[in-house]
Design a protein. Structure first.
Length: 689
C-alpha cells in the first residue's frame, strides 16, 4: 500500500513538472518588427537582444527582425552611432533609434572637407578607428562587415590574399574609394550606344557599366585607419563620374599633441575547413558497400580476403585518407602591428608598420599571402598661418597558390574521387607520385616543385602633400593646395608543369598530368598624378552660419602592361623546360602582348552650406567635369549638381533615361525627391546633365 502511494506521488510530481514546463513554453511570444532611424531608413544589422540573456538576433536588409521570447521580456536595441533603446516585448514592434547626441558635435569627413554631424543634410555614415579595430582582420573590407548601414559585403572565397569581396552600397553597385582626399580606386566607364529608327541616337541605361577597383581598400592595414565615411545619395555627387554608387572616404591616422607613445599588437588566429570531414572506418565502409550490392543483387565490390587484410593490418594493403592528406585540421595566421604617435604645437607624427601572414588550410607550402606595409603622416606648422602635412605609405604583398587553373575549383572533387586503396607515392619510391585516378593525384597538384605555381607580387607607393594657409585678415577663410603621387607595380607569373604519374605497385609511368608545360609572365605599372586647390570659408553671424568651398582638381593616370607566354611542347623532342624564364620555350608558339593608356580629367567643385539656429539647414553642391572620354579637351563636359535640406524624410530614387541633345551631348538626370511635408519643404535633389 505504501509503495502504491509512493508511486502515485512520484507520478503526480512528474506530471506537475511536465505541465509546468508546457505552461512556461506557452508563455513565449513571437516578436516581429522593424528598426529604423529618424528618417525612417531601415537600420541593417541592428542588434535585438533579450536583456540579461544571450537570446537575440539582428535586423535584415530591410531592418526587419523576428524573435521568440518569454511574455513580458525586455528587449535591447543597439546599433553603432545610435542610442540604445530598451523596450518591453510586444508581438508587433516599430522601433526608431536616434543618433547618439554626443556624436552630433563630432566632425564627419565629407567630400572635400569636414562638417559637424549636426549640420549634415545628406545620408552619411561614419565609423571611427575603435569600431574598425574591434574586428581583427587582415584587410579593411572585412573590418567593415556589418558596421555601416546599407553597405553590403559578400566574401566570395576563403583563399588567402584573394580578397574577392563584393561591396554593394544600397544595392546600386560598387562605390568609389577615396583615401586621404585622393580618389585611389580606378573607375572605368563604358556606355553602349543604341539607335531608335532614324531618330537621334542615345545611350542605353543597361549598357552603362562602371567598374571600381577595390584593391587599395583590400590592401590597407585596418590599424592605420582613423575613420571611414560612406557618402550615399546626393552627398556623393560632388565626386562626379564613377561615384553614382556612393563613395567610401578613408582617413588615415595622424599625429597627436602628446608625449611619444608606442603601440604594439600581435594577433594569432586559427582557421579551419568549413565542413570538417568525419567518415566511417574503411573496413566498415567496405562491408556497407557490399551490403548495398546484396540489396541490388549485384556482385560485391570488395572481396572477403581484402576486407580481412585491412582488418588485420596487412602492410601490403594501403588506406589513404585523401581528405586528411590534403587539408589541415587548421591553419595558423598571424598579424603584427607597431606604431609611434606623438607631437607638440609645431610638429606631430604618426608612423606605423605591419606584417600580415595568411595561410591556406591546404597542405601546400606555396599557398598563402604575405604583406609588409609602412605608413607615415607628419604635420608641421611652418608659420603662424601656414602649415604642411605629408603622408606616405608603402605596401609590398605576395600571393602564392598552386600552378593549376582548376586547383581551387576541382581539388575537392579530386579528393573525393581518389581511390583510397592507392597511396600518394608508389610503394618503393617516395619521390614519385602515384596515378590515383585518370592521370590525377591531388597531392601532386599542391607540390610546387612538381606542378608549378601561381604568384602575384605587388608593390604600392603613395604620397600626399597638403599645404594650408589660414588668411589672417578674414576670419574663417583658408586656402589649401594638395598634391599626390602614386605608383603601383604588379607582377603575375604562372608556371603550369606537365608531370608524370606512376603505377602504385610497379613505379612505371602510366600517364601525364597536363598536356604540356607552359609559363606566363605579366607586368603592369600604374602612375597617378593628382593636384587640387581649394578655398574654404566658415563663419557664424549670430544665428546664421555659412560655410562655402570652391576648388579645382586635375588627375593624370598612366597605365602600362607587358606580358609573354611560352609553351614547351608535347613530345620528347620538344620538351625543353628547365627554368621559369621567358627566354625559353618554343619560338613557334611564343606570344607577347603589351598595352599603354594615358587618361586625364579635370573639374571644378563647389559647395555652400547654410545653417540657421541649428534648425534650418540647406546644402547646395556642384561639379563641372572635363574628361578624356569626350572629344576635345573641354568640348564634352559633365555637370553634377546636388542640393539638400535638413529633416529629409523617406526619399526615393528615380532615374530618367539617358539621351543626347541636339549636339550629340549625353545627358543624364538623377532626381531624389522627399515624400511628406513638415514645417519646411523636405526636398533633396541631385541632377547630372
Amino acid at each position: 500500500m505504501r509503495k502504491s502511494n509512493m508511486l502515485r506521488r512520484v507520478t503526480a510530481a512528474v506530471l506537475g513538472l511536465l505541465l509546468g514546463a508546457s505552461a512556461l513554453l506557452a508563455q513565449n511570444i513571437k516578436v516581429t518588427g522593424t528598426v529604423t532611424d529618424a528618417q525612417k531608413e531601415p537600420i541593417i544589422g541592428a542588434s535585438v537582444m533579450q536583456k540579461g540573456t544571450t537570446v537575440g538576433t539582428a535586423t535584415d536588409l530591410d531592418g526587419n527582425f523576428e524573435l521568440s521570447v518569454p511574455e513580458g521580456a525586455v528587449l535591447e536595441f543597439k546599433s553603432i552611432g545610435f542610442e540604445t533603446r530598451t523596450l518591453k516585448a510586444a508581438p508587433q514592434m516599430k522601433v526608431t533609434l536616434v543618433e547618439d547626441s554626443e556624436m552630433l558635435n563630432e566632425t564627419v569627413v565629407v567630400g572635400y572637407g569636414v562638417q559637424k554631424r549636426e549640420s549634415l543634410t545628406s545620408s552619411i555614415s561614419q565609423i571611427r578607428s575603435e569600431d574598425i579595430a574591434s574586428t581583427k582582420s587582415p584587410d579593411a573590407v572585412t573590418a567593415l562587415q556589418g558596421k555601416i548601414p546599407g553597405l553590403m559585403i559578400t566574401q566570395n572565397t576563403g583563399k588567402p590574399g584573394d580578397f574577392a569581396n563584393t561591396i554593394n552600397l544600397r544595392g546600386f553597385g560598387t562605390p568609389m574609394v577615396v583615401v586621404d582626399g585622393v580618389v585611389r580606386s580606378s573607375t572605368k566607364t563604358k556606355r553602349q550606344m543604341y539607335f531608335k529608327g532614324m531618330e537621334a541616337w542615345g545611350f542605353s541605361e543597361s549598357g552603362i557599366t562602371y567598374d571600381n577597383d577595390l584593391s587599395v581598400l583590400n590592401e590597407l592595414n585596418p590599424e592605420d585607419i582613423e575613420s571611414i565615411s560612406v557618402l550615399k545619395d546626393a552627398s556623393a555627387t560632388i565626386y562626379g563620374l564613377g561615384a553614382e554608387n556612393g563613395v567610401i572616404l578613408i582617413t588615415t591616422k595622424k599625429g597627436k599633441i602628446r608625449k611619444p607613445s608606442v603601440n604594439v599588437s600581435a594577433m594569432l588566429n586559427l582557421s579551419q575547413p568549413v565542413t570538417p570531414r568525419e567518415v566511417e572506418s574503411w573496413t566498415s565502409f567496405m562491408k556497407w558497400e557490399n551490403a548495398m550490392s546484396d540489396v541490388s543483387q549485384m556482385g560485391h565490390r570488395f572481396s572477403d580476403e581484402v576486407i580481412a587484410a585491412y582488418e588485420n593490418g596487412d602492410p601490403n594493403y594501403v588506406y589513404t585518407d585523401w581528405y586528411g592528406s590534403i587539408y589541415k585540421k587548421f591553419a595558423v595566421n598571424q598579424q603584427y602591428n607597431v606604431s609611434l604617435t606623438g607631437g607638440n604645437e609645431t610638429v606631430d607624427y604618426y608612423i606605423g608598420g605591419n606584417f600580415t601572414n595568411d595561410n591556406s588550410v591546404m597542405r601546400a607550402s606555396n599557398y598563402g599571402y604575405d604583406r609588409y606595409s609602412f605608413n607615415a603622416n607628419i604635420g608641421i606648422h611652418l608659420t603662424k598661418d601656414l602649415s604642411a602635412r605629408y603622408s606616405t605609405s608603402f605596401r609590398q604583398s605576395t600571393n602564392r597558390s598552386p600552378g593549376s587553373y582548376d586547383a581551387e575549383f576541382n581539388l575537392l572533387y579530386y579528393v573525393y574521387s581518389s581511390n583510397p586503396m592507392v597511396g600518394i607515392h608508389p610503394k618503393d619510391n617516395p619521390s614519385h607520385y602515384s596515378n590515383v585516378e585518370e592521370q590525377m593525384n591531388p597531392a601532386a597538384i599542391l607540390d610546387q616543385d612538381v606542378s608549378g605555381y601561381y604568384r602575384i607580387d605587388n608593390k604600392s607607393f603613395n604620397n600626399n602633400l597638403e599645404l594650408t594657409y589660414e588668411v589672417p585678415f578674414l576670419k574663417g577663410l583658408r586656402f589649401t593646395a594638395n598634391g599626390a603621387f602614386d605608383f603601383d607595380r604588379n607582377k603575375w607569373s604562372i608556371l603550369i608543369k606537365q608531370y608524370p604519374l606512376y603505377n602504385y605497385e610497379t613505379d612505371v609511368v602510366e600517364g601525364w598530368f597536363r598536356e604540356e608545360t607552359q609559363y606566363g609572365e605579366n607586368w603592369s605599372d600604374r602612375r597617378r598624378l593628382y593636384g587640387r586647390a581649394q578655398a574654404l570659408y566658415d563663419h557664424r553671424f549670430g544665428a546664421h552660419n555659412i560655410s562655402a568651398m570652391l576648388g579645382a582638381e586635375l588627375t593624370d593616370l598612366l597605365t602600362s602592361s607587358i606580358g609573354a607566354d611560352r609553351f614547351y611542347g608535347t613530345d620528347a623532342d620538344n620538351w625543353l623546360y628547365t627554368h621559369d624564364t621567358i627566354d625559353q620555350g618554343l619560338k613557334s608558339r611564343s606570344s607577347n602582348k603589351g598595352t599603354r593608356s594615358d587618361s586625364r580629367s579635370a573639374g571644378y567643385i563647389g559647395r555652400i552650406n547654410y545653417n540657421y539656429a541649428g534648425k534650418y539647414l540647406v546644402e547646395v553642391m556642384g561639379r563641372y567635369d572635363g574628361s578624356y572620354w569626350y572629344k576635345g579637351a573641354w568640348e564634352r563636359i559633365d555637370n553634377f549638381f546636388g542640393c539638400g535640406t535638413a529633416e529629409l524624410r523617406d526619399f526615393r530614387v528615380e532615374r530618367g533615361s539617358d539621351w543626347a541633345d541636339a549636339d550629340g551631348r549625353p545627358v543624364r538626370y538623377d532626381v531624389w525627391t522627399g515624400a511628406g511635408w513638415s514645417d519646411h519643404l523636405p526636398i533633396s535633389c541631385t541632377v547630372a546633365f
